[in-house]
Design a protein around this ligand. Sequence first.
Ligand code: SF4
Length: 227
Amino acid sequence: MGTPRETREEQAETVIDRLEEAYPDSTISLRYSNRLELLIAVILSAQCTDERVNKETEHLFEKYDGAEDYANAPQEELAEDLSSITYYNSKAEYIRTSCELILEEHDGEVPDTMDELTELSGVGRKTANVVLQHGHDVVEGIVVDTHVQRLSRRLGLTEEQYPEQIEQDLMTIVPEGYWQQFTHLCIDHGRATCSAQNPDCSDCVLADICPSEKGDSEIDLASGDAW
Ligand code: SF4
């Protein structure tokens, strides 16, 4: 097992330094060309890979142009257009009703506050944070997806279990200027090395400071179970 830094703040700082060096171009991997496309891509990405979403949105964004197109689309047709995405029926419904509200309450523009965004169907704090950060340049919190959740726990940055509590905890130790980048760094490292099932601890830039490191530690702190 690696030896974490003395405080969680120092641990967070070292994690960020190392991951920034390893992934200097880390950024969002969803493709979009405006705020509405970003919102739709993020709704679609829940429990689905960004790769699959990007593939599906390639033709979706050509066919539908603006909130009105989605709001007026028949449910079956939109669902059919999303059929390779997980939970495509529900997501089609979220997109349609969100676009209706965007038209009725926000003049067809994607809103720029956490409260207004989370009033849209299928939009929780995580989705809203992504839209605020990348669509409006507003950083109100830390996006906690499955990679951030897993890595933060493995690395001893938090003992919280659920995304909203993890976010609040991380916001006290990750410097505010890194709230956005922290997520992308965790996602890149989670995909490249610290995967859910089989992390490659022997080739990890964080091994010496990671309390879950498989070489010595018997426990995966993300799940609390033995490796
Ligand atoms: S790959 Fe292993 S050593 Fe690296 S962060 Fe994940 S659990 Fe820790």
